[in-house]
Design a protein around this ligand. Structure first.
Ligand code: PMP
Length: 404
């Protein structure tokens, strides 16, 4: 039986702040005690660098670090741990692919296809790469509900397309994109595909090998792990052809003044001292997420989303932005002429944390002709009571601003 009250006991923040209603999980999730302990234990009891020392403690740290790489590979269904690169987050992962994979392959007249709903980080690196090389960024449109039109998407793919980069789940609309179909369409034309899993890694079944995805990226902090740790999954066939773009210690085989021989992937992509404690904490986050029945989690998040949608729709002036049939637990909305920042400030005064703004998707806001939205996003520890309370406060905000 899925019991959010019991799950809350894993999260110390809720005992420090019993009044907190945290509905900003798409920005970052709270951290369970197991993750926090793993990080503080590392610093307290076995702090060393990795891949350098040969004394017992250092060797043990290196081993633990590499065990998390294997755990990550297992978690997302990668064939080999060498297909996992630790980065500082989704942002760093996408930038690495742009610089190391795309730019060397991109030529004048080539195209990169993204969607209208991408987070800025799944847009700007490709846009800048295209500018640099005289290539074109092609944007696949969406309908008003926030769904991709797959027929149009298919028509945008051609022999000029050098990469497709799409999000699995939209952080603003909650839309779950049909990744399987997109991959099939792109692969029929031998186009590699990057999937941004920042909003899906925590609660979705990820199977990169079964999907045959070329690159899959996500952040630890949106799946109950620490900030500053992210993942770049890449197919071995791509990694072995990519050259590193960041250089430094620990990522090499041999260095002479004339020439450097780089280490094999993934090490060549991880120069310098990595976020060791973060990676160890991230390993605990994977254990934490894996300890729940995914179906139970999905059902719980769906119930929260349905209740919140139903309650919000009853408030005069509320317009939900993003009404895709297939939606994750993210709800963006506007409230008449009330500025989203006023909504978030008012909710904040009642200890209800939500995000307001453009959510790093400004072109998407332009499409809807709005400056921003207020956004509610759920995680496993949220409760139906919290949704009820949030809806009451939204109603109060509506009355306050509109006097009715
Ligand atoms: N992509 C999506 C869909 C996101 O929601 C986010 C975070 N809001 C990112 C990318 C960037 O993630 P990070 O800031 O952890 O690098």
């Amino acid at each position: 039986m899925f019991d959010p009250q019991q799950i809350r006991t894993h999260f110390p923040i809720f005992s420090h702040r019993p009044e907190l209603i945290y509905l900003d999980n798409a920005a970052t999730t709270q951290k369970p005690i197991s993750v926090i302990r793993a990080i503080s234990d590392f610093y307290e009891k076995e702090n060393t660098n990795v891949h350098r020392g040969i004394y017992e403690m250092a060797a043990s740290t290196s081993q633990k670090y590499e065990e998390v790489r294997q755990k990550t590979a297992d978690f997302i269904g990668a064939a080999k741990k060498e297909e996992i690169v630790f980065t500082s987050g989704t942002t760093a992962s996408i930038n690495l692919v742009a610089q190391s994979f795309l730019i060397p392959r991109l030529e004048t007249g080539d195209e990169v296809v993204i969607s209208m709903m991408e987070h800025h980080v799944n847009l700007i690196p490709w846009q800048q790469a295209c500018k640099l090389k005289g290539a074109k960024l092609v944007v696949a449109p969406i309908n008003k509900a926030g769904e991709l039109d797959l027929k149009i998407f298919k028509s945008l793919l051609s022999e000029r397309t050098k990469l497709v980069a799409v999000t699995h789940v939209s952080n603003t609309l909650g839309t779950i994109n049909p990744i399987g179909e997109i991959l099939e369409m792109a692969h029929k034309r031998d186009i590699p595909v990057l999937v941004d899993g920042a909003q899906s890694a925590a609660h979705f079944d990820i199977d990169v090998e079964a999907w045959d995805v070329d690159f899959f990226v996500f952040s630890g902090h949106k799946m109950y792990g620490p900030t500053g740790v992210g993942i770049l999954y890449g197919k071995e066939e791509h990694f072995t052809k990519m050259l590193p773009v960041h250089f430094g210690g620990n990522a090499i085989r041999e260095v002479r003044f004339e020439e450097t021989v780089f280490a094999l992937p993934p090490r060549c992509f991880e120069p310098g001292t990595p976020n060791i404690a973060g990676v160890i904490g991230f390993g605990q986050a994977i254990d934490f997420v894996s300890s729940f029945d995914k179906k139970g989690v999905k059902y719980h998040l769906q119930r929260l989303t349905e209740l919140a949608t139903e309650k919000l729709q009853k408030v005069k002036g509320v317009k939900i932005v993003g009404t895709a049939k297939n939606k994750s637990p993210v709800i963006s909305f506007t409230l008449g002429n009330v500025h989203p920042h006023d909504v978030a400030t008012f909710l904040g005064a009642e200890n209800i944390a939500v995000r307001a703004g453009h959510h790093c998707t400004q072109p998407l806001m332009d499409f809807y002709k709005i400056p921003g939205t207020s956004r509610i996003s759920f995680a496993i520890y949220n409760t139906m009571e919290e949704v009820e309370r949030m809806a009451i406060v939204i109603k109060e905000i509506q009355r306050f601003f509109n006097g009715r």
